[in-house]
Design a protein around this ligand. Structure first.
Ligand SMILES: Nc1nc2c(ncn2[C@@H]2O[C@H](COP(=O)(O)OP(=O)(O)OP(=O)(O)O)[C@@H](O)[C@H]2O)c(=O)[nH]1
Ligand SMILES: [Mg+2]
Length: 219
């Protein structure tokens, strides 16, 4: 079988499992699931931890933390008190629907209460995770102000599949020659429907709007 055929088969199997995951999430009372995707170091975990602190006592959140190696990010999230399940892919550059299925079952065994929000932090990678549906409602693409305005047009698959873009590390803008409008234009040239948030987990800039979006269930 050609490499392309094998890849198509793998993706078709993943899509079927992702559809089953979607049903599993609904049956378990998950109101909404999001999949955080970006390059390594964009600030997914930092944003997540800051977000969880703001959502504490307001909505029920659960987290699945994907990494190639180490449970470091899961430990950072666990420190907030929010239920978290780690997935160590052991080399794979993305989470797949089967990994998320197992992780969610383990999370639900330990914390059976319904969740308003399930957050899945994907493996740091701008390419592979875009092709793998995990059963989420929204893919959230993160890009930091240090990564360059051209990323959406160089890595369009993610920005095409995402419904939301979060621009991170906005506190660094005064130190950089970074054209925020150009980044947004580039992202919307790939996907005009993208909703854009500009945040700094460090200073709190833009966090109210982002947290409100999560609390209200999107749309
Ligand atoms: N200045 C600034 N630095 C930030 C911000 N958010 C994250 N960082 C820094 O960026 C680095 C990477 O942050 P992480 O949150 O670990 O990034 P990540 O996307 O989860 O990384 P991986 O899980 O390895 O892909 C850390 O040194 C953070 O302190 C921010 O809002 N402002
Ligand atoms: Mg992380």
């Amino acid at each position: 079988m050609s490499e392309l055929r094998v890849e198509q088969k793998v993706l078709a199997r993943n899509d079927a499992l992702a559809t089953a995951n979607r049903q599993m999430f609904r049956d378990a009372g998950v109101r909404r699931a999001i999949n955080l995707i970006s390059s390594p170091g964009t600030g997914k975990t930092t944003l997540l931890v800051a977000t969880l602190a703001r959502l504490a006592g307001r909505i029920r959140v659960g987290v699945i933390e994907g990494d190639v190696q180490t449970e470091n990010d899961a430990v950072r999230v666990a420190a907030t008190g929010v239920p978290v399940e780690a997935v160590v892919t052991g080399g794979a550059c993305h989470l797949d629907a089967a990994m998320v299925r197992r992780a969610f079952a383990a999370l639900r065994d330990r914390h059976p209460a319904p969740l308003d929000l399930l957050v899945i932090e994907n493996v740091g990678n701008l390419v592979c995770p875009a092709s793998y549906d995990l059963g989420e409602d929204d893919k959230v693409a993160l890009v930091s102000v240090t990564e360059g305005e051209d990323k959406p047009v160089k890595y369009p698959a993610l920005f095409h599949a995402a419904s939301v873009v979060v621009v991170t590390k906005a506190d660094l803008l005064p130190h950089l020659e970074f054209d925020l409008d150009l980044l947004v234009r580039n992202a919307r040239s790939v996907n005009p429907r993208l909703r854009v948030f500009v945040v700094s987990a460090r200073t709190g800039q833009g966090m109210d709007e982002w947290v409100r979006f999560l609390e209200e269930g999107g749309g």
